[in-house]
Design a protein around this ligand. Sequence first.
Ligand code: WT7
Length: 667
Amino acid sequence: MVDGRQTCFEGYSKDNCTMSDHPHVYPVSDDVASKAWADKATYRKLYQQSVEDPQGFWKEQAARLDWIKAPRTIKNTSYASGNVDIRWFEDGTLNVSANCLDRHLATRGDQTAIIWEGDDPNESAHITYRELYERTCQLANALKSLGVKKGDTVTLYMPMIPEAAMAMLACARLGAVHSVVFGGFSPDALAQRVKDAASRVVITADESVRGGKQVPLKDNVDAALTRDGTDVAETVLVVKRTGGDIEWNEGRDVWYHELVDGQSTDCPAEEVNAEDPLFILYTSGSTGTPKGLKHTSGGYLAYASLTHQYVFDYRDAEVYWCTADVGWITGHSYIVYGPLANGATTLMFEGVPSYPTHGRMGDIVDKHQVSILYTAPTAVRALMAHGDNVMDSSKRDSLRLLGSVGEPINPEAWEWYHRVIGNGKCPIVDTWWQTETGGIMITPLPGATDLKPGSATLPFFGVQPALVDNEGNLLEGAADGNLVILDAWPGQARSIWGNHERFVQTYFSTYEGMYFTGDGCRRDEDGYYWITGRVDDVLNVSGHRMGTAEIESSLVAHDAVAEAAVVGFPHDIKGQGIYIYVTLTDEVEPSEELRKELTQWVRKDIGPIASPDHIQWAPSLPKTRSGKIMRRILRKIAANECDGLGDTSTLADPSVVDDLIEHRAIR
Ligand code: WT7
């Protein structure tokens, strides 16, 4: 295909993807294919068109949105490292919230847009498209009264309640840029993000409720806003979720219901350019502070909508449930924007899968007759650990499709997900993508792709994956390498907020002219992609992404710590766990107390998701003569693979390794 690089596609077409000789193939069923948006032939045709004629393909796809001014320029993108410039539909104008709400009112005003399921199984609510429109307009008017206007940033630090979706859509309505910060992040992490985005308004709630426990969101905001440089935040808008005790900062804090409830239920939607920013979302990289990825309006929405329709094969009136939190990109694209742009019914769950019982997810599926369930491998593995009967309180016969996202799914977990949760009758779409990509990139389509457990399979329309070796040479056929994307797609991030140079450096300078994903990947003889995990110093713990450098810099800020090295290790449930080697300062003795203190320190600094699994005291760390820590060795020892340490002769002091092996935490 394109420069002979699309070997995946050739492999696919060659045997028409029957792959009958492969031991672990789940072929597309004729029944699914006949009803699906895309069967094999349609996938092949559309994919081919999308990479051979991107202008034509995306011009057609742009028509799925309501434009104020339809775009005439479709693709104008450059990956050259001296000039990374990505624009889609650049002369078009639209409003994202009008696309998710207003245009559905005539046909689906009374249809449920959001099903909200509370942490408490006795609490749930249905919100129609009309109600969602009205309440979003009221909030938009309220934000307007606080002075929020086009181009301003608003930080959201919220529970999984409908107001979170309304807040995103209200910002979009005004052309304001939201920055959602996951409610599990610490005050310091929140402060850093409020400051970087320079948000004048923060929207939060008194408390969130998860697994029967309260999380003090408002207290965390109060603490965050005492940090240096956060005085940009003039107003904190507070949803009353629990009525729990909170401090009140007169002149800064405003109750959501007091300001919002009396507002008009109509608010004109601001006309924005396709390339105007829709949101910022922070994510971790291998170095430095979290990066605020900038996503824009037209291309992002077209891509979120198209992928949601085809990957989940969404059909009118179905109930679709993505279990992510709106604090992550999955929540942005596949709880809010994609489904609502498509007029879908999207379920939003406030709680956790293990509360009040491990059968909760199945109970929710039955209660709301969910057709499509999209969750993370870590959740599947956690349930799997409770045995095949864990879901016996539910039937789950409404399900017809399962999805997986966030990390590689091991074949055992895939099989269990298929057999137990899906009763052996639902295809699984294993969707590979990233905060940076805005939407799903490598994925099966239920009616078009034969499945192999553990493989994200084939590229979505418009996506041209390739593998390169460490020197950047393209690899052909079946191969193992670094995953890159050769050309632009509409959903991708355009920049890092306030730092375009860092954007270019991080994604476009490793391999000239290509987007580098940071992932390692294998392509098999059928052209299927198997993501093998990050090749940089980024960890993926229960689908949460964090930089080892972030955790290290938190640790060395503690008085007792002279040096720290953080690596990931294979963890049965979390996928990866956090393993820390700590060298203490001279006068400090190791103790269990200190271990606990350091654990708390990291949790407080970054958030509970960064809780260390193991801390090993390391009198010294293995370094090269030039002083570089050899992480390869540390990873092996953490994984208890001490036989295959490889060449240690380049170490300044090879004897360091023996001590580390002797005192390793896992054996
Ligand atoms: C990293 C991106 C995409 C939304 C959630 C995570 C890993 C993600 C898969 C998958 C194997 C996956 C990659 C990627 N990843 N999905 N289906 N199979 N690995 O977004 O926090 O930006 O993390 O998650 O390593 O680079 P994120």
